[in-house]
Design a protein around this ligand. Structure first.
Ligand code: IMP
Length: 426
C-alpha cells in the first residue's frame, strides 16, 4: 500500500511480491490509479487490473471495494490483450460499484468550479461521485447489471432525483432510462467474461488450500477518505484497513503490511504538502524521477522525504515494514534533505505527529536534516552493503525515524533493480 500521496512506485513492488503470491486482489479505487510495471525491459500500464496478471496462473481479483468505469476497463483490457497478456485469471467481484456516465460529468463540473465545490484536482474519472452514490445507497453494483428486473427498479428510483440534480445543480444534460439501460447493457457485455459469481466458492477454496494472498492498494494513506488530508483526498480507503473491507477477507488473514514510499515525496492535485519544493531541487526531482501522472499526464508536485508523513502512515496502517523506491533519483544530488518534524511559524511549536487539520499547514515549515549525496550510479547495486555509505546512512536514518524496518530499496524501474533487506512473507 501507498504510504504517501500515491504514485510511490507501488506497482513495481507489487509485481515483485506477486511472484510469491497465488492470489492478488486490488481492494479500492478505480481507474484514477496508474500503475506502471517494467518487466524484461517492457513497460506495462495498469489502472484497475492487478499487475499480477503479468504472471501466468495467479488469480487476480478486482475487489468489491473498487469502482469500475467499464469503458476505461475495456480500453485497459484491450491494451493488455494486444501485448499478448492472458486475462483468463482476471476476476471482477460482483459487488464492485459501477461508474455511470453522469459520475464522470459531475466530477468534471465540480472540478471546473461551476458549483463552487472545493477544487481537489481530481483525475476526473468519476471516482468521488461513484463512491458518493455507493455510500448514499443509490449506486449500481456489477451484479445489478445482470438482473434486468432489479436494474430497472434501481434506475426508476435513482434517475428522477439524479436528473433534477444534473439539471438544476450541475446545469448539464439529463438521462432517459433507455440511455442508461443501454449503457448498463454495454457495461454488462464488457465485464461479463470476468465477473466472478462463484466468489464464495473461490474464497473458500483459497482459504482451504492455504493460498497466499497479496492485497494491492492504490493511491496512498494521505489520500484516504478518513485519514488523509481531507478534503484533498480520494474517496476510498487506501489505508491497510481498507484491504479487509474492500476484499471480504478477514483482518486476521493479513500478517504483513508493507508501506511504499519514494525516497522523496510527490503529490498531484491540490492540498497541503509541507516539504514541497518550488525550486531547482524540486524541478530536478521531477525531471530525473519522471514525475508526471500515469493517468492524467499532470506534472507532480515534488518535495523531500517527510518522516512525519511516514510515521503517520506507520501509525494508521500498522505498517510492518517500508519499501523505499526511486533512491537512484538522488544519484546526482550533492545534498539531500530529510524532514524530521514540522515547526509552526506562529509560535515555534514543533510537531512530531502529523497535524490532521489541514488549515494549519499554511503555517508549518519543515525541520530538515541534511545528508551528503553519493554522486554515483547505484542502479546496478544488489546488496545494501554495496550502496555508497551516504546512501546507507540516508536509509538507516529513515528507518530510525519511522520505527519500522525498511524491507526493500528500489534503485531502478526493473524487477531486478531491487535491494532486498528483509524478505516479506506472503
Ligand atoms: P480522484 O481520486 O480522481 O477523486 O482524485 C482525488 C485526489 O486524489 C486528487 O488529488 C488526485 O490527484 C489524487 N489521486 C487519485 N488517484 C491517484 C493516484 O493514483 N496517484 C496519485 N494521486 C491520485
Amino acid at each position: 500500500m501507498g504510504a504517501q500521496w500515491g504514485d510511490e512506485g507501488k506497482a513495481k513492488i507489487v509485481d515483485m511480491l506477486a511472484a510469491d503470491a497465488d492470489v492478488i486482489i486490488r481492494w479500492q479505487g478505480g481507474c484514477n490509479a496508474g500503475h506502471t510495471v517494467v518487466s524484461n525491459g517492457k513497460t506495462y500500464k495498469f489502472h484497475l487490473v492487478p499487475s499480477g496478471i503479468l504472471y501466468k496462473n495467479k488469480i487476480c481479483i478486482i475487489g468489491a471495494g473498487t469502482v469500475i468505469y467499464p469503458v476505461a476497463l475495456e480500453t485497459e483490457i484491450n491494451a493488455l490483450i494486444k501485448e499478448g497478456i492472458s486475462l483468463k485469471n482476471l476476476k471482477i467481484h460482483p459487488l464492485a460499484s459501477v461508474t455511470m456516465p453522469y459520475h464522470i460529468e459531475i466530477d468534471s463540473i465540480s472540478e471546473d468550479g461551476i458549483t463552487n465545490e472545493t477544487k481537489i484536482g481530481t483525475t476526473k474519472k468519476g471516482i468521488g461521485p461513484t463512491y458518493a452514490d455507493k455510500f448514499g445507497r443509490c449506486g449500481i453494483k456489477v451484479q445489478d447489471l445482470y438482473d434486468e428486473e432489479f436494474l430497472s427498479k434501481r434506475l426508476d428510483s435513482i434517475l428522477p432525483v439524479k436528473n433534477v440534480v444534473l439539471k438544476e445543480v450541475y446545469k448539464t444534460k439529463t438521462y432517459t432510462k433507455e440511455e442508461l439501460t443501454d449503457y448498463c447493457k454495454r457495461a454488462a457485455k464488457i465485464l461479463k467474461p470476468y465477473v466472478c459469481n462463484d466468489w464464495q466458492e473461490l474464497y473458500a477454496d483459497i482459504q482451504k488450500s492455504g493460498k497466499r494472498i497479496l492485497f494491492e492498494g492504490a493511491q496512498g494513506v494521505m489520500l484516504d477518505i478518513d485519514w488523509g488530508t481531507y478534503p484533498f483526498v480520494t474517496s476510498s480507503s487506501p489505508i491497510a484497513g481498507g484491504a479487509a473491507t474492500g476484499t471480504g477477507f478477514g483482518v486476521q488473514q493479513i500478517n504483513e503490511v508493507i508501506g511504499i514510499s519514494k525516497a522523496y515525496i510527490t503529490r498531484v492535485g491540490e492540498g497541503p504538502f509541507v516539504t514541497e519544493l518550488d525550486n531547482l531541487a524540486g524541478n530536478r526531482i521531477r525531471t530525473i524521477g519522471q514525475e508526471f501522472g500515469t493517468t492524467t499526464g499532470r506534472p507532480r508536485r515534488c518535495g523531500w522525504f517527510d518522516a512525519v508523513v511516514a510515521r503517520y502512515a506507520v501509525q494508521v496502517s500498522g505498517l510492518t515494514s517500508m519499501a523505499i523506491t526511486k533512491l537512484d533519483v538522488f544519484d546526482a544530488f550533492d545534498q539531500i534533505q530529510l524532514c524530521t518534524s514540522y515547526k509552526d511559524t506562529r509560535n515555534g511549536k514543533i510537531y512530531n505527529y502529523y497535524p490532521t487539520n489541514v488549515n494549519t499547514h499554511q503555517y508549518l515549515e519543515p525541520v530538515y536534516e541534511t545528508f551528503s549525496g553519493w554522486n554515483s550510479n547505484i542502479t546496478a547495486v544488489k546488496k545494501f552493503k554495496d550502496l555508497p555509505k551516504d546512501a546507507q546512512l540516508y536509509i538507516k536514518r529513515i528507518e530510525e525515524l519511522i520505527g519500522i524496518p525498511v524491507s526493500y530499496v528500489s534503485v531502478g524501474p526493473d524487477r531486478e533493480q531491487t535491494i532486498i533487506m528483509k524478505k516479506c512473507r506472503i
